[in-house]
Design a protein. Structure first.
Length: 209
């Protein structure tokens, strides 16, 4: 067994549950930020999902002294030049609700014919002194004309997935995990997780420079 805990750099119960389910059966101890005392806030000021995921993983690892896993994800809309992108969670303001973000996006897309968009997710696994592994997942879709569905969170009610003819918010959790950006990134990581454990063991045995 890995002699150190892998910390999920989040307090989001949904994400914690998803990652714990994904990594069940592997000989590694999974904890989250809920299992520790407060750590300094990590400002997500990267220009890309990759930069933000790495920063969250690295800083969490440095603060706690354990390897850490973080993800960053968001919605990229072609007609809006890639917005909301890395600002997805705070598109309508720092404390904006999911509904406020959705409504702002729908207003921005009013009368726009090109509804193409995609979700992107980057997962970063870092050790306290810097090196990291990265996994990515994408899901292509369209922006609906109104909010549809009661499931999920974030932009799920307005992200329409043509192959299933549903928005993410109309899907079951199983359906969404099979096709979503996070589900795909997580599946890729799970497929290689035995190698991830070996990589972590080697990195943790190194002497930091």
């Amino acid at each position: 067994m890995l002699d150190r805990t892998l910390v999920l750099a989040t307090k989001n119960e949904g994400k914690i549950r998803e990652f714990k389910d994904l990594l069940a059966g592997f000989e590694i101890q999974i904890k989250s930020l809920r299992d520790f005392g407060p750590i300094p806030a990590i400002v997500e000021d990267g220009k890309t999902f990759d930069e933000n995921a790495y920063k969250k993983a690295l800083m969490t690892a440095k603060y706690l002294g354990f390897p850490a896993l973080a993800d960053d994800s968001g919605l990229v809309v072609d007609a809006l030049g890639g917005a909301p992108g890395v600002h997805s969670a705070r598109y309508a303001g720092e404390e904006a609700s999911d509904e406020a973000n959705n409504l702002k996006l729908l207003r921005a897309m009013a009368g726009v014919e090109n509804r193409n968009a995609h979700f992107e997710c980057v997962i970063s696994i870092a050790v306290p002194w810097g090196p990291a592994l990265t996994y990515e997942g994408f899901c292509e879709g369209e922006i609906a004309h109104t909010m549809i569905g009661e499931n999920g969170f974030g932009y799920d009610p307005i992200f329409y997935y043509p192959p299933l003819k549903k928005t993410f918010a109309e899907m079951t959790g199983e359906e969404k995990n099979r096709v979503s950006h996070r589900g795909r990134a997580m599946a890729e990581m799970r497929e290689e997780f035995e190698k991830v454990i070996v990589w972590l063991q080697k990195r943790l045995a190194e002497t930091p420079v």
